[in-house]
Design a binder for this molecule. Structure first.
Ligand code: ATP
Length: 516
């Protein structure tokens, strides 16, 4: 196999002085599935942005199909046969599958190509879907299709534009196990047809399953390129993190304490009167982790928002320490020792235009320990910020750097540090390890279990099923806004079984009723 892509000695210094790539080398062969792994902030996204023309390298060269190239933006990269599927889908919900695939690139006919050629469009899309064996109905509206299907539309979009090298940025973060299997089938089928895939992920199990070779980055350097068949998860994690990582979560049995949070028949409706959360009842006791599984968009967000005061309930009660907190403001709820690690750290989780230090002290600067008389004790606040940056291994040069300059995973660590520092009685953790590297995941999981052992009630919402099964004491599944299962997390409970509830194929009314 010939090298399709070579990135040689890539350096990237951002305008603020951060060195994200310091001599990275990446060589990708035609028709291979190449995994790109590394800790948060290792420089993976930066490298891919350079490849896709979104950033300019400070130094180094990119050789694609044997020629030295420098893409002036994604349009340029796409025209040369590159495609990128981002974590956040960029689809127009009201358009059909087919319309989304061709959007901005519709086949034309007639004089000066003035008319849209619908017949050709239909034929081309059907041929694409057939050729890659994607299960999709081209006439269906995108708003009514599943997350996995939306992702397939994104992949078809890049294939339609002629991509031969496709970059997938953490593509399984939002998928069910069944959807992940289907995605892997598609990726293998693409590679079988000589398409080349670069796959960014933090999940080493997937790396082992899907890739041919793996390039490990660390602190902006290429550490090694490995042949997947000749390595294992332990070796990869050692190269990434520089130490052994425990993949199993260690958790002791714990007798739950009194109920901390109780939801009674809580519903949330949208402006059209559609139920986004449908009569949900559940209890979480101190010293217990209740994990909520579900395909995204099935009411998880509303569940979290209604407890944290971000959304209004149309009926029901949310009792926190026996007090109904519905109707209280976000600020009041935050001050009740309720910790919230929000799903969207960019908008609700952190303030990107202020410093890391300011983000860390957001809720506690009024605490008497940080005051000397009426004045803020700035020295103590700084010490606090430094301590938490160290404890959570936030990779930054200074606590005074802007939160917006942190890599995705490091920003998440700041948010988690802040919420844990509050010593919450109730901790709501929504997708706490999304985009976070394996070393940090291990740490975050330990911290969540530590809080549970100290008597905190934890509501864990995660699209990452292995996270739900390894941390939770009980597992609830949301489907279409309904709690369709509430199960004890025993050894017999498999991910496949939970997947069936998540997809609405099964429901467990008896179990739900028994726990209410
Ligand atoms: N626009 C930017 N301006 C300044 N620094 C940046 C910018 N984008 C990224 N960085 C910094 O560059 C370094 C590499 O970040 P990058 O996003 O490439 O890492 P990553 O490996 O993709 O991390 P993650 O797994 O967390 O997504 C980090 O230290 C990050 O803080």
């Amino acid at each position: 196999m010939a090298a399709l892509l070579e990135m040689k000695n890539i350096h990237k210094v951002y305008p603020n002085g951060t060195v994200a790539n310091r001599g990275v080398n990446l060589e990708v062969q035609e028709g291979e599935i190449h995994a790109l792994v590394g800790e948060n902030g290792a420089g993976k996204s930066t490298l891919m942005k350079i490849l896709f023309g979104l950033e300019t390298p400070t130094e180094g060269e990119v050789i694609f199909k044997g020629k030295k190239v420098r893409f002036n933006g994604p349009r340029d990269a796409i025209s040369q046969g590159l495609g990128m599927v981002h974590q956040h889908f960029m689809l127009a919900p009201s358009l059909t599958v087919s319309e989304n695939i061709v959007l901005g690139d519709e086949p034309r006919k007639g004089f000066l190509h003035l008319f849209r050629d619908r017949t050709k469009e239909k034929e081309e899309i059907q041929e694409l879907i057939r050729r890659f064996g994607f299960k999709l109905n081209p006439d269906e509206s995108v708003e009514s299709i599943s997350v996995g299907q939306k992702q397939r539309v994104e992949i078809l979009k890049v294939l339609y534009r002629g991509a031969k090298l496709i970059i997938l940025d953490e593509p399984t973060a939002v998928l069910t196990p069944q959807e992940t299997d289907e995605l892997f089938e598609s990726i293998k089928s693409l590679a079988g047809q000589n398409y080349t895939i670069i796959f960014i992920t933090h999940k080493l199990r997937e790396v082992m399953e899907i890739s041919d070779r793996i390039t490990v980055l660390k602190a902006g350097n290429t550490i090694e390129t490995l042949v997947t068949k000749e390595t294992n998860q332990e070796e990869i994690s050692r190269l990434m993190v520089g130490r052994d990582v425990l993949f199993r979560v260690e958790k002791q049995e714990k007798e739950p304490e009194d109920t901390i949070l109780e939801l009674r028949d809580v519903s949330v409706t949208d402006e059209k009167g559609l139920k986004l959360l449908d009569n949900v009842s559940m209890k979480i006791r101190g010293g217990e982790i209740l994990g909520i599984a579900g395909v995204e968009g099935n009411g998880q967000r509303e569940l979290v928002e209604v407890i944290t005061g971000l959304a209004k309930a149309s009926s029901g009660q949310v009792l926190y320490l026996n007090e109904n907190i519905l109707g209280k403001s976000i600020g009041e709820i935050r001050n009740m020792r309720i910790g919230h690690i929000p799903e969207d750290r960019q908008t609700t989780g952190a303030c990107l235009t202020t410093t890391i230090e300011e983000n860390l002290i957001l809720d506690i600067y009024n605490d008497p320990q940080f005051r000397t008389g009426p004045f803020l004790n700035k020295k103590k606040l700084k010490e606090f910020a430094k301590k938490y940056i160290k404890m959570y291994d936030v990779r930054t040069d200074s606590e005074e750097a802007l939160a917006g300059s942190l890599s995705g995973g490091n920003l998440q660590k700041v948010v988690i540090a802040r919420e844990m520092a509050k010593n919450p009685k109730l901790l709501i953790a929504a997708q706490p390890t999304r985009g976070v590297d394996i070393g940090a995941i291990e740490f975050i999981h330990k911290e969540i279990i530590k809080k549970r052992d100290e008597g905190t009630a934890v509501l864990l919402v995660s699209a990452e099923l292995s996270e739900i099964t390894s941390l939770s004491d009980r597992i609830g599944v949301l489907y279409n806004g309904e709690l369709v299962a509430l199960l004890d997390n025993t050894e017999e409970l498999t991910e496949e079984e939970i997947g069936y509830y998540m997809l609405g194929i099964k429901r467990a009314d008896e179990e739900v009723a028994a726990h209410e």
